[in-house]
Design a binder for this molecule. Sequence first.
Ligand code: NIG
Ligand code: FE
Length: 417
Amino acid sequence: MANAHVIENLSRVVTCGAGGPLIGPAMRELGVRTGDPCVAVRDGRVAFVGARRDLPADYSNASRVDGKGRVLTPGLVDCHTHPAFVRARAEEFAMRLAGASYEEIAAQGGGILSSTRAVRGSDDTTLTAQTTRNLLRLRKHGVFVAEGKSGYGLNLKDELRQLHAIKAAGEQADMHTVRTCLAAHSLPAEFRGDDGKRAQYLRLVIDEILPAAARNGLAQRADVFCEQGVFTEGETRAVAQAAERLGLQVTIHAEQLHLTGGAAVAAQVGAVSADHLEFIDDAGARAMADAGTCAVLLPGSTYVLKMDRWADGRRLIDMGLCVALATDFNPGSSPVANPAFVMNLAVMHCGFTPEEALAAFTVNAARALRLPAGEYGAITAGSRAAFALWDVDHEREIAYYAGSNLCEGLSCPGWRS
Ligand code: NIG
Ligand code: FE
């Protein structure tokens, strides 16, 4: 059989179910295969998962891949990242360690605006090379699908440059990307100072940047940073509604630093997710549950910003929301490219079990991105042949070996086509 592979010599295959989101108690049932399990792949897609003795005979000539006695999970899905940046912001990290807050640094023109100046000043080659480098940082930790946001361009030309860079970088890093236009990340410096200019920028986002981003599928989604001092509830709604009219899915940075009502807006506009949620209240969470809006928690940023309030994952899971985790990899609030470390934070601070953390970084993250059920984030017939092979004895150890990289990506030819 041509282009057929059998991954064997595995201790456990963690399927993460059949591809639909895992909600409530189901989040702890990861559909684990033991007893000499193997996975057969044909033309880049999973064709068989089960005991080696049950492998169909037509795979006898397929090429063999040695699983080294390890645990196989789906390739990880990172459903919230900001990878199109060209330089680190370690000087701000030092300022924060010395006592300055994220918001104070932003108010002085640092933060998002500092990354914006760097992106605007970069050439295309550099921007794509740095974005590829950033995606590879995730790829080395088992991520095969990354959502990537613009949001450091904040004008038509540079927002589009970022989205193109993410697309090209995904191809170079052998990753599947989902691209999100985050032109409403911050008010650019040249539009600050009076309400008229502020309104003008929002018009630019709605009338020019989002339509251009939506053209030819360059971006599939739009995002808004709904936060005190950034964009209001009303502005968030206006941008979200414009995005929907263009056929873009909507996601919102909500309730990160204060309770501002972003989660309720997300539910109202039928957003696919609301992300961060450290300050969400029960009404917002209930509205999201009713609307089917996923909750994406980003404890890497809570950690780096040294916040004393963590998102209450336990409560959101128990309320029946589809809960996912992501790195939020970015040069400011989360220079964290290691999902296993984020899973550790979720277990230590957000009330997850290790199994729930893994479900949140695979099948539920795929749901947050509205990827077709079963294609990514699960190991079932028809799944893309992109896996993570872990040097552990049990999947609960993934969130346990804090900060180590015990993961090796494993994919079969044709998995992206
Ligand atoms: O998800 N909250 C807003 N945006 C990012 C941070 C971006 C930055 O600081 O560059 C976040 O935390
Ligand atoms: Fe973010």
